[in-house]
Design a protein around this ligand. Structure first.
Ligand code: CMC
Length: 378
């Protein structure tokens, strides 16, 4: 496709393409709100389950409502037997994100509401997918390692249950708390690329599973979901805190893009980064190993001094996950385990007041070519 002629339209930067009441980002002040509530308050007082309710229903639940919602989410974690069998048949070299994208699509074939786009059916499907995504990711991590998948435990929170299904034992409380905070922080982010693609798919009046399959495919790219994995690879390469300053200065001199920095919307620190920095330090202290945390602090200082760039959500999340024994190629699917709540909220909002999303392109090609028969062509 030709590049748009107007520079402001490149990458749709700054272009408002619709309205939404789900999420607000103040890029100058570094504020992030879900349905009007500041992310800092939600991290301090809420849980992932409550945030899911907030995103879907636009308000905080009452006590009984929350308990019922938590029960329904926990009850929706099981995968149909045929989908589990499908997972077991995938080639072990398949990346976890490819497996997630394919399995989300396959789940539609076993969902009795698959083609039903009524608000009630879409909430039921959103509930099931929010439970099932975590199960797919944990099950695949074990299957590819030749281990038996661990069945979900309905008595555990979403965060604790994920770690339980992954490691096969109940997690340390600091790990569960950290993972819950990570889920809260990643739940929604306005019209990021994957949410936008979910809304584009939904706007054709296609179904929820199709919209989420589009979103997972969009999340897969390193400019969106994959940066935290790249940060961990960088940390592995640097190795020791004493090497960090020289390494990062060299990388900047070579004009390399530093993963975990910069953002299309935030012109200051991403508010999510501060929480993950704090959790990365706490996990490092717990393990008696602050090496990676110290390397990241040095990188942060140098990138700020030399490029004026601030950290984004991806700078510290990988370090947290790594400290909990999670392999780097699971970080993109883990993003989806949380973002499914925002994606589904956006699809519900799109369907509630739909108009087909169909923008125009600035055409740059010729317009009056004469058709030349194949014998006359050079
Ligand atoms: N390292 C080095 N330089 C950078 C970086 C970076 N991480 N980010 C931006 N820049 C520079 C870039 O080189 C350019 O400089 P110049 O004008 O001199 O050419 C300028 O800043 C603007 O960059 P851009 O690529 O036009 O900005 P964008 O808004 O299109 O890109 C971004 C935003 C997130 C893709 C980009 O900052 C980036 O590639 N960051 C690294 C990848 C990353 O951490 N991604 C996770 C984003 S947060 C999670 C999410 O929301 O999905």
């Amino acid at each position: 496709m030709p590049a748009p002629t107007s520079p402001s339209a490149a990458g749709l930067e700054g272009v408002v393409v619709g309205s939404s009441s789900i999420c607000f980002i103040d890029g100058r002040e570094g504020r992030l709100l879900y349905r009007g509530y500041d992310i800092n308050d939600l991290v301090e007082h809420s849980t992932f389950e409550e945030v899911v309710f907030l995103l879907w229903h636009g308000r905080l639940p009452g006590k009984k409502e929350l308990a019922e919602h938590e029960r329904a989410l926990a009850a929706s974690r099981k995968l149909p037997g045929k989908v589990l069998a499908l997972l077991k048949g995938f080639p072990h070299k398949a990346t976890p994100t490819e497996v997630l994208r394919t399995t989300v699509s396959a789940l539609a074939l076993y969902d009795s509401d698959a083609e039903n786009n009524s608000p009630e059916a879409s909430v039921r499907k959103a509930m099931r997918l929010t439970g099932q995504l975590a199960t797919i990711v944990a099950a695949w991590a074990r299957i590819r390692a030749g281990k038996t998948p661990v069945a979900p435990n309905a008595r555990l929170s979403a965060a604790a249950n994920f770690l339980y299904m992954l490691h096969g034992k109940k997690p340390d409380p600091l790990w569960s708390k950290t993972f819950d905070i990570a889920l809260v922080l990643h739940a929604d982010h306005e019209l990021n690329a994957s949410t936008f693609s979910a809304r584009v798919t939904a706007s054709t009046l296609s179904d929820l599973h199709s919209a989420i399959t589009s979103a997972v495919g969009t999340l897969k790219g390193p400019l969106h979901g994959g940066a935290n994995e790249a940060v961990v690879r960088t940390l592995q390469e640097i190795g020791e805190p004493e090497r960090a300053e020289v390494w990062i200065k060299n990388a900047l001199a070579q004009k390399r893009r530093i993963m975990g920095f910069g953002h299309r919307v935030y012109k200051t620190e991403d508010p999510r980064a501060a929480h993950l920095r704090r959790m990365a330090e706490a996990l490092g202290r717990q393990a008696g190993n602050l090496k990676w945390y110290e390397i990241l602090r040095t990188i942060e200082r140098v990138v700020r001094e030399e490029k004026g760039l601030y950290p984004n959500v991806d700078l510290y999340s990988g370090t947290c996950y790594y400290a909990m024994g999670i392999p780097p190629d699971l970080y993109v699917p883990i993003f989806a385990v949380s973002r499914i709540s925002g994606w589904t909220a956006h699809v519900l909002e799109q369907h509630a007041d739909n108009r087909l999303i169909r923008p125009r392109a600035d055409y740059l090609g010729p317009t009056r070519l004469r058709y030349v028969s194949i014998d006359e062509r050079k």
